[in-house]
Design a protein around this ligand. Structure first.
Ligand SMILES: Nc1ncnc2c1ncn2[C@@H]1O[C@H](COP(=O)(O)OP(=O)(O)O)[C@@H](O)[C@H]1O
Ligand SMILES: [Mg+2]
Length: 154
């Protein structure tokens, strides 16, 4: 599959949600990105889930998706936002089925609490992983890693 194309499709899908708001949606993809062996539909679902969270929990600032590859260490996709953040001790709960951080800040947001656990399972099925790095009130970064064996060498 073509990862840059897939990321473009995801940002185009989410663009209407930030149109006319104080949030920008950007992508930053390493040049000459090789094709990769992965389930395009599943990767699209993961990226849309993470971008939706970024957009949902950010009132002002930016949501950015980045993709890098390294033939030794593999593929890294990062979805960053400048939103409400999530406390370190709540991250595990956020990854549990139906788990939502029940703070006054996030209670007003809709959703089912399934996006993160399903996305992480799909990353695991690819031999990869999904982790969240954040602090309450700070930027949030969701990091998907995929093994180097998934890079197709030209
Ligand atoms: N980018 C983010 N910034 C702040 N909190 C987040 C972010 N992404 C996820 N969370 C927290 O993790 C919870 C679970 O996320 P998710 O599984 O995608 O479910 P949902 O989006 O349906 O609430 C969210 O309800 C929220 O509390
Ligand atoms: Mg979600």
């Amino acid at each position: 599959m073509d990862l840059p194309d897939t990321i473009d499709a995801c940002t185009r899908l989410l663009a209407p949600r930030v149109a006319g708001t104080s949030v920008t949606l950007e992508s930053n993809i390493q040049a000459d990105f090789p094709r990769i062996i992965a389930d395009q539909t599943r990767l699209k679902q993961i990226i849309i889930n993470l971008l939706s969270n970024g957009v949902k929990f950010t009132e002002q600032g930016s949501v950015t998706v980045e993709a890098e590859f390294d033939t030794e260490t593999g593929i890294v996709i990062r979805v960053r936002d400048t939103g409400i953040g999530i406390a370190e001790e709540d991250i595990e709960h956020a990854f549990s089925m139906f788990g939502q951080v029940d703070s006054a800040l996030s209670r007003k947001f809709e959703g089912t609490g399934l996006g993160l656990p399903l996305s992480r399972s799909m990353a695991h099925l690819h031999g990869g992983d999904l982790v969240l790095q954040s602090e309450l009130g700070k930027d949030t970064c969701a990091i998907i890693t995929l093994p180097a064996e998934r890079i197709i060498h030209p």
